[in-house]
Design a protein around this ligand. Structure first.
Ligand SMILES: [Zn+2]
Length: 121
């Protein structure tokens, strides 16, 4: 790998993992975040946003190389291993609320294969 590009996102507030899990990864919200209007205040005009990491990148290449990075993959893992709720552990313990329909994996998992090879310049 020829020297890490300076793809570090510029200062941002950052979001909590649970905010990302609960809000940002919802399909509609995610679509919004990935198709943001141009914003001159943001790195890359807000056009290269990693939803999972809540970070903006300057270019598509930077974003794509971020998607391949450990940082991003670690984040995906964290997001996939949510601290499961009390309800979940109750169900596991057999205290389940039988009246409720089981919410089998409501959250679609993001395949790692969605990572796109960046075009070599
Ligand atoms: Zn990311």
């Amino acid at each position: 790998m020829p020297g890490e590009m300076s793809t570090e996102p510029l200062g941002q507030g950052g979001r909590d993992l649970d905010q990302i899990q609960d809000i940002d990864l919802a399909p509609e919200r995610r679509a919004e975040l990935e198709a943001q209007p141009i914003n001159y205040e943001l790195p890359g005009l807000g056009q290269h946003y990693c939803v999972e990491c809540a970070k903006y990148y300057e270019t598509d290449i930077a974003l794509q190389s971020h998607w391949k990075s450990k940082i991003h993959k670690r984040r995906l893992k964290q997001l996939r291993e949510p601290a499961y709720t009390i309800e979940e552990s109750e169900r596991a313990a057999g205290l389940g609320r039988e009246t409720r329909r089981p919410v089998a994996s409501a959250a679609p998992t993001v395949p790692l294969e969605m990572v796109v090879e960046p075009t070599v310049v």
